[in-house]
Design a protein around this ligand. Structure first.
Ligand SMILES: Cc1cc2nc3c(=O)[nH]c(=O)nc-3n(C[C@H](O)[C@H](O)[C@H](O)COP(=O)(O)OP(=O)(O)OC[C@H]3O[C@@H](n4cnc5c(N)ncnc54)[C@H](O)[C@@H]3O)c2cc1C
Length: 393
């Protein structure tokens, strides 16, 4: 391991159901002696992804969630574990061997592992307009034809804006064959780099905000099928892709050393259940990878991975608190008169403990801290057991 510091053990790109599940699962390790990983999420817009636009079904009607509810549940854990979510667009991910460099439109970050969970398309604030001025098309559904017919009958003279990739041309042709010139048609092609949001226009209309300016109309139709045909979010990383450009993974969401992918970005089927399932898998797998890299030991995640799998006597030991580790506080805390209160544990509100917490910033080594404060191992272990602190190298 080089001397270079990194920002977070694991960086998750994308805050849809796959990315958020991955972040929670990587951070929320429950075994009492297991050190948590530090996790950061980066997403171009507020958390949600596609699963936030409307009611979604996990398997069928019996297991479904009203608009916004899936993300609300995932965000409750993200907040409980103080997982930082940065609203930035990731432009490039580079493998620097020991670490990954994640370049965004606002800066750059480094991590030991990266999870790509960028979905099939970049999402912005579509959910605010979905079902009102903004709709989604899937031509495979027979009802699209009826839907187009009804719209052309009712909205004659109004403007419809088709949003999608170059493939949207085919949907536009289909629409035109039903429209017979009644509605005006506009097109906004989006390769993942063109659109950056939607806005209401006057009382009735809607604007598509693009790199080249605004496109105004009365309705927007997002052509999902065009986005599903090939990946438009995977070009930020060089790795093995399938013929359509989706990221190739093994059965456990691994792409290559330290690089993982989950959800729609790994290709069809495009589904919430798959996104959450892969997100959970990738969270655990990335955590195991990081643990091995940092402590040269298997992580004892034995509820999920049988302990005899790679079991050795050392399996249950907390890694030794060697001087080179840099403790990093993962949680926020409150101070009352007597105690410093964390989510699941508390420590005495002594001056030395408050100073210790300030030094647990991932930059000071345990050796530095011991030099300044003396023996702090017991407090550090308590915070580790409460999953509020991790050790970096
Ligand atoms: C209207 C609608 C209804 C649906 N209904 C169902 C249903 O009932 N059942 C079902 O199983 N599935 C349903 N789906 C599909 C399901 O929502 C998706 O399969 C699921 O959301 C995929 O999750 P994901 O996390 O992989 O991707 P997404 O939800 O797409 O999240 C990916 C996130 O990453 C962000 N991102 C992309 N590129 C970058 C970048 N460069 N930098 C930073 N961030 C980036 C995206 O903007 C997005 O926010 C529905 C989808 C829609 C649109």
């Amino acid at each position: 391991m080089s001397d270079k510091l990194y920002d977070s053990d694991i960086i998750v790109i994308g805050a849809g159901p796959a990315g958020l599940s991955a972040a929670v699962r990587a951070r929320r390790v429950r075994t009492y002696n297991l050190l948590p990983s530090s996790v950061m999420v980066i997403s171009n817009h507020a958390p949600g992804g596609l699963a936030d636009w409307t009611k979604v079904r996990m398997t069928g009607d019996g297991w479904s969630y009203e608009k916004g509810k899936v993300i609300e549940k995932l965000m409750a854990d993200i907040e409980d574990y103080s997982i930082p979510v940065k609203e930035e667009k990731v432009l490039k991910v580079e493998d620097e061997k020991e670490t990954f460099r994640i370049i965004t439109d606002e800066g750059e970050y480094r991590s030991l592992a990266v999870i790509i969970a960028t979905g099939m398309k970049m999402t912005w604030n579509e959910r605010e307009h979905f079902g009102d001025k903004l709709f989604g098309t899937l031509k495979g559904y027979r009802f699209m034809e009826n839907y187009f017919k009804e719209m052309c009958d009712k909205e004659e003279g109004k403007t419809i804006i088709f949003v999608g990739t170059e493939e949207t041309e085919r949907t536009v042709e289909f629409f035109k064959s039903i429209n017979n010139g009644r509605m005006k048609v506009k097109k906004v092609f989006d390769n993942g780099k063109n659109i950056h949001g939607y806005e209401g226009y006057k009382d009735e209309g809607i604007k598509v905000l693009t790199e080249k300016g605004e496109v105004v109309g009365d309705h927007v139709l997002v052509d999902f099928e065009s986005y599903q045909l090939s990946s438009y979010t995977a070009d930020l990383v060089d790795c093995e892709k399938d013929e359509e450009g989706f990221i190739k993974t093994d059965g456990r969401c691994r792409v290559q050393d330290g690089l993982f992918a989950a959800g729609d970005i790994t290709g069809p089927p495009f589904s919430l259940a798959k996104a959450v399932g892969e997100g959970t898998t990738v969270g655990l797998e990335s955590h195991r990878y990081v643990y091995r890299k940092k402590f040269d030991k298997e992580a004892p995640v034995f509820a999920f991975y049988p302990i005899h799998q790679e079991g050795k006597a050392t399996y249950f030991e907390i890694p030794e608190l060697v001087d080179e580790y840099r403790p990093k506080l993962l949680a926020s805390y409150e101070v009352d008169e007597e105690f410093i209160l964390f989510r699941e544990c508390s420590i005495r509100a002594k001056e030395s403990n408050l100073r210790l917490l300030k030094l647990c910033d991932g930059e000071h080594t345990l050796g530095d801290i011991r030099g300044k404060l003396g023996d702090v191992d017991e407090v550090i272990k308590k915070l580790i057991h409460g999953k509020d602190l991790t050790l970096e190298v």
